[in-house]
Design a binder for this molecule. Structure first.
Ligand code: GLA
Length: 695
């Protein structure tokens, strides 16, 4: 029996259903979010069935975890909107249904508080190809108001999930995951850095204690915004739980129109991988635009020359890189102004005539003659005090003049149109006058204050450049992975995941980043033999294969390679080129490795017919025999042929005769997923690469 008037909506596909109900014309709440419901299920009945009891010590009615929980409803937790009038008085809107409209893959629901003249619009879609919810909240006000907090549509998470995985990190250790239990109270992340930042990837995965990569339930979220976000994962005193994401608190100026970035969310019954592949596919096919294929093998000269640019040396390096298989050459920091170190010239995007008396053309011509594309580094949002730009426009700086510098630099106020126009002019001139196919766009410090207008300004500048130079790909870098999110990926085609080229660290970072990022956008470079950021010396084999798991590139001085290193790198690069067409569209499936010393993943082709498995021995295992590596996502009834791509790398200390050391194996998907592959013993800091083909 339904006693209250209720409106319902359903967003669903074969993987998940989200049922929303609005009682008494109030804001809708998710009365169901989980596995796909059967057709014919009555959403009205589900809405009625969701009503919870009331007992002693409670108010007489449970306030909903609506898509924007309201203070006016006596909501017992963090509300979805904190808004003040122009003169600072707190407002407590009570929104009521106004109208609705269908959008391409979803709906737009409009609610209003007539007395306060506020309108709340909820834009909700479910992309059918990738099964990803995209949720956005807009607030329109007749008067100027101050919004301290506006959450993207808020979703409840069920009581049986109980755990969450959140992200932290640092320079050279991006995407650190931490698994925490839900507990009474709010887990709040408020990223005040003004950028996405290494320490605050805007993601959250809610799961059960038993969820692993390959099984169990997961509800995964990502807030697609580059300007600092706030996350609230709260267990209310009554036991219910909610997840909120929005811009960092107080980062929006007073005004009449406010909109959150999109919150992406998905329910998976297939472990973390079930969610990860939806994010990976969505980034690749829906978020990123104009991605060049096949993905060109990348060379970046930063760790080879730093600021010491000499034309002849750079030409020689390019020639060597081409010989290894590179198809793109990126000239990093040091080509502009008088930039001999990191104390000067940011802001002066003019070619340094001392280093390049004839401009960049001689280098570009050389690179192009080798058959490579030419790319160039910029850090447009930044300014050094020792620069012509600063001398001319000291007032263009964001924040107070006595602020602490970051890498000796200040930040330009990107909300200013004159700043954007100036930057556009300088960058466009370089792009027009030179044959450039690629920009590495850097951002090497946190902001002096958190300001959404800064991020909107950067988006505008990039959008203008993209519109006028659509053939130029852009890589998002911020001291490595300090600006990785779906907001920046809407306007770029690659991310520099980390300044760490240490293959062991990379294995961990790229494995965890695969919870959201596909291989095609994730840059991974073979660095110098002795890693510049960790001091560790690693063999070329693990360095090369680690880069081959993502968008491959090199970043060492190739003239330093030994003959053996050159051979290995050439071989792995040509393996990558032979496989990139399917691998750059493959799902990255993280394997549940029973040995914590092994990081293993499987890249499964779109049609499921072939795959590659990378099993990296990060350190020595506790036990002497290698644990079998269990695969996932295969057809149990099909037969697969498995071969060890690098079987010649078994060390002499491997004295036995595991089959794969000498032969290919033909076994069922069932065997591969249940028993797993028995691999030869190997040294730590090495990797096995397996290739599989359905017969
Ligand atoms: C940042 C980037 C590096 C490099 C330098 C140049 O640290 O992450 O890859 O481009 O800037 O200054």
């Amino acid at each position: 029996m339904i006693c209250q008037p209720v409106k319902t909506w359903h967003l669903g596909d074969q993987h998940q259903s989200l049922v929303l109900a609005s009682f008494d014309n109030r804001l809708p709440e998710a009365v169901y979010w989980g596995p796909a419901l059967p057709t014919g299920e009555s959403h009205k009945t589900l809405s009625a069935a969701s009503l919870m009891d009331v007992t002693g010590g409670m108010v007489d009615k449970n306030a909903a975890i609506s898509l924007c929980p309201e203070a006016s409803q006596t909501f017992p937790g963090q509300t979805g909107l904190t808004v003040r009038s122009r003169d600072g008085n707190p407002l407590a809107p009570a929104f009521r249904y106004e109208s609705e409209a269908a959008s391409e893959h979803g709906l737009s629901l409009v609610f209003a508080d007539k007395a306060l003249d506020l309108t709340l619009v909820l834009d909700l879609t479910l992309t059918p190809e990738t099964s990803l919810l995209k949720l956005q909240t807009r607030l329109e006000s007749a008067d100027i108001v101050q919004v301290d907090w506006l959450a993207a549509p808020v979703l409840p998470v069920p009581a049986h999930t109980g755990e969450m995985i959140e992200f932290s990190g640092r320079w050279c250790a991006e995407f650190l995951t931490r698994r925490l239990p839900f507990a009474p109270g709010a887990r709040l992340r408020d990223n005040r850095s003004g950028r996405t930042d290494h320490a605050h990837f805007p993601g959250l995965i809610v799961c059960t204690p038993g969820t692993s990569n390959t099984q169990g339930e997961a509800l995964a979220f990502h807030y697609g915004w580059s300007g600092g976000h706030r996350m609230v994962a709260e267990e209310l005193a009554d036991g219910r739980r909610q997840v909120q994401f929005g811009h960092a608190g107080g980062s929006q100026a007073a005004g009449r129109h406010f909109v959150t970035a999109p919150l992406y969310a998905t329910y998976s019954a297939g472990g973390f991988n079930g969610a990860a592949i939806r994010f990976q596919r969505h980034v690749r096919d829906a978020v990123v635009k104009d991605m060049r294929t096949p993905r060109p093998v990348h060379y970046n000269c930063w760790e080879a020359v730093y600021f010491d640019h000499k034309l002849d040396e750079l030409k020689a390096i390019a020639t060597h890189a081409a010989g290894l298989g590179a198809e793109r050459f990126v000239l990093d920091d040091g080509w502009f102004g008088l930039r001999d170190d990191d104390t000067s010239s940011l802001g002066d995007w003019v070619i340094d005539g001392r280093k390049y008396p004839d401009g960049l053309t001689p280098l570009i011509d050389h690179v192009k003659a080798l058959g490579l594309e030419f790319g160039l580094w910029f850090e447009p949002e930044m300014i050094n005090e020792d620069s012509d730009l600063y001398r001319a426009h000291p007032d263009w700086v964001l924040g107070p003049s006595d602020q602490t510098r970051g890498r000796q630099q200040l930040v330009l106020d990107m909300a200013r149109e004159d700043v954007r126009t100036h930057l556009y002019g300088q960058i466009a001139t370089i792009l027009r006058d030179n044959d450039i196919g690629y920009i590495k766009w850097d951002h090497n410090r946190v902001l002096p204050l958190v300001d959404a207008a800064q991020t909107e300004g950067v988006y505008q500048l990039i959008d203008r450049l993209r519109a006028n130079f659509p053939q130029v790909e852009i890589e998002s870098c911020a001291s490595g992975g300090g600006r990785i999110d779906f907001g920046i990926l809407e306007r770029t085609q690659r991310v520099w995941l980390s300044d760490s080229n240490d293959a062991l660290e990379r294995q961990r970072i790229q494995h965890d980043a695969a919870l959201y990022l596909p291989a095609a956008v994730t840059g991974s470079h073979v660095g110098p033999r002795r890693c510049h950021t960790s001091g560790r010396t690693l063999d070329i084999r693990i360095r090369a294969w680690t880069a081959a798991q993502r968008h491959m590139g090199f970043e060492m001085d190739p003239r330093e390679l030994t003959e053996d290193e050159t051979d290995v790198l050439r071989e792995v690069t040509s393996w990558w080129k032979a496989n990139r067409d399917w691998m750059m569209r493959a799902d990255i499936l993280r394997l549940d490795s029973s040995d914590p010393a092994v990081i293993a993943e499987q890249q499964l082709a779109e049609n499921g017919d072939r795959f590659a498995v990378f099993a990296a021995q990060i350190r020595a295992s506790d036990q002497i025999l290698p644990h079998p590596v269990r695969l996932t996502g295969l057809d149990p009834a099909s037969l697969y042929r498995i071969s060890l791509a690098n079987r010649d790398q078994a060390p002499q200390l491997s004295r036995g005769s595991p089959f794969l050391k000498t032969e290919d194996l033909e076994v069922s998907g069932q065997y591969l997923m249940s028993h797993g592959l028995t691999l030869p013993w190997r040294f730590p800091e090495t990797i096995w690469v397996l290739e599989g083909q359905r017969l």
